[in-house]
Design a protein around this ligand. Structure first.
Ligand SMILES: [Mg+2]
Length: 187
């Protein structure tokens, strides 16, 4: 059975959009989400990383009210008999409960979930688990995974435009991912 690793934030749900919405409301700002091209959103609001961590922890419920990306649930369900999906997130362990809750509330069909807190990050987690394909948005993670010998589907984002590697295929959304999985799984 093919084993596919899934990033969580900005791969399964639009976490950044949620963060911008909640920050705007709380700090009375009007930053337009679509214009955000830098990765560290908290910097736009003059927040340190420590501030951001506190913000995230105290607003976890509201931040996770956002729906899954279109076509995500259908795609995961469609391949559930042929593919093992494991979420491998770089989130700290303390932020995992909100991931669990969101998955249950949104009927996300996955095999398991792990916080990839290994010294070498996600590639080590992927290799230990026999993952042959990884779906990711973060440019540094995608590159490290590709360089480690695992193919990556990189979700196209404003902040990952520079990211290129022979093992990285850029995809638009979960509909396109579904079409690629059709070829990989049913060929
Ligand atoms: Mg991500």
């Amino acid at each position: 059975m093919i084993h596919i690793g899934l990033d969580f934030d900005d791969t399964l749900m639009d976490t950044r959009k949620s963060i911008v919405n909640v920050y705007n409301k709380q700090l009375n700002r009007s930053i337009m989400f679509n214009e955000v091209t830098i990765y560290e959103i908290s910097e736009l609001y003059g927040q340190s990383f420590k501030d951001f961590q506190e913000f995230f922890v105290s607003n976890q419920d509201e931040l996770h009210l956002i729906e899954p990306y279109p076509f995500l649930q259908e795609t995961l369900s469609r391949f559930a008999n042929e593919v093992k999906f494991t979420i491998m997130t770089g989130r700290p362990v303390e932020w995992m409960e909100s991931v669990n809750k969101w998955i249950k509330e949104n009927d996300i069909v996955i095999e398991s979930l792990c916080a990839s807190q290994f010294p070498n990050g996600k590639i080590e987690c992927a290799k230990l688990n026999g993952v042959s394909l990884f779906i990711e948005d973060h440019p540094a993670h995608a590159l490290a995974i590709a360089e480690g010998g695992v193919n990556v589907l990189l979700i196209d984002k404003p902040y990952n435009q520079e990211c290129q590697h022979e093992r990285i295929t850029r995809v638009r959304d979960w509909q396109e991912i579904g079409k690629i999985l059709d070829i990989i799984v049913f060929r």
